[in-house]
Design a protein around this ligand. Structure first.
Ligand code: ZN
Length: 260
C-alpha cells in the first residue's frame, strides 16, 4: 500500500510537524512573556541559557535530556513534548486523509495551516486562559480570502457564519456580563464562522459543546475538577472547528439524510 515515495513524503510531513510544533511552543512562550521576536535562538525558560543545536531537536532532545535542562536541571514542561507530538501526528493524519480523498494542494495547505493555527489557540487558551486575538484575526482574514477565492463560498455564507459565530458568544458574554465565557471567545466564534461558513458553523458549535460536555462529565466523574467551567472554552471551540473544517460537509450530509 505504501510505496517508498509515500513513506518519504509521510516522514517529511511528520518531521515538518515536529519542527513547527517546536517553533509554536517557543513562539507562544515568547508572546506570553512579552518577549516577542519572530525568530530568535531558543533558550532555557528557567536559567535563560541559549540552547545548543543538539538540545533543540524536537522530540529527540526532550527524550535524550529526560525532560530536564542540561545545566539547571529544571523540568521542561511536558506540554512542549505533547505540542510537538500532536502537531506532527495531526499533520500526518491530515495529509493521509487528504491524499486518500485526492484533494487539491490548496485544500491541503488550508488544512495544515488552520490546524497549526488551531493548535496555537488550543494550547494558549489551555495554558494561559486567553485567546490570542492577533492569531484569531489573522486566521479570519486568511480564511475569508481562501474561502472566497478557492473554495466556492459565497459572501453571504461567510457573513452569516461570522454573524452567527461571533454573535452567539457576544450574546452570552453580554447576558452573563463575562461570567460564562471570556471576551476572546467571540473573536474565535467569528473566525469559526468565516472559516466554516453557513451552515457548517452550526456543526462546529455543536461539536464543541458535545466535546465540552463529555470532557466535563469525565472530569467530574474522576473528581479532577468540580467545576467544568475551569477549562477555558476556547480549547473545545478549537477542537470543534478542526473537526467541522475537515468533516463538516460529510456531517451535514449525514444529518440531512438522517432527517429524510
Ligand atoms: Zn536551564
Amino acid at each position: 500500500m505504501f510505496s517508498f515515495e509515500s513513506w518519504l513524503a509521510y516522514s517529511f510531513i511528520f518531521v515538518l510537524g515536529l519542527i513547527l510544533g517546536s517553533y509554536l511552543n517557543s513562539w507562544m512562550w515568547r508572546v506570553h512573556e512579552g518577549k516577542y521576536v519572530f525568530l530568535g535562538r531558543s533558550m532555557c525558560v528557567s536559567c535563560s541559557r541559549f540552547l545548543a543545536w543538539y538540545e533543540n531537536i524536537p522530540l529527540v532532545s526532550f527524550l535524550a535530556l529526560k525532560g530536564k535542562c542540561r545545566t539547571c536541571k529544571v523540568k521542561i514542561p511536558s506540554t512542549y513534548f505533547f505540542v510537538e507530538m500532536s502537531t506532527a501526528l495531526l499533520f500526518l493524519f491530515l495529509v493521509m486523509i487528504d491524499i486518500n480523498i485526492g484533494v487539491a494542494p490548496v485544500r491541503m495547505f488550508r488544512d495544515l495551516f488552520f490546524t497549526a493555527l488551531l493548535v496555537v489557540i488550543f494550547v494558549y487558551d489551555a495554558k494561559y486562559g486567553e485567546i490570542v486575538l492577533g492569531v484569531t484575526w489573522l486566521g479570519a482574514i486568511i480564511a475569508a480570502f481562501m474561502n472566497l477565492k478557492y473554495f466556492g463560498f459565497n459572501f453571504m455564507s461567510l457573513l452569516l457564519g461570522g454573524l452567527v459565530g461571533g454573535g452567539f458568544f457576544l450574546f452570552q458574554y453580554l447576558v452573563s456580563k463575562g461570567k460564562w465565557i471570556g471576551g476572546g471567545d467571540m473573536h474565535l466564534g467569528l473566525l469559526m464562522g468565516v472559516l466554516l461558513g453557513w451552515p457548517n458553523i452550526l456543526v462546529g458549535l455543536f461539536i464543541s459543546y458535545v466535546v465540552g460536555a463529555i470532557v466535563s462529565l469525565l472530569l467530574v466523574a474522576f473528581r479532577r475538577k468540580t467545576f467544568a467551567s475551569a477549562i477555558p472554552f476556547g480549547t473545545f471551540l478549537s477542537i470543534g472547528t478542526l473537526v467541522a473544517m475537515l468533516f463538516g460537509n460529510e456531517i451535514v450530509r449525514w444529518y440531512l439524510g438522517f432527517l429524510r
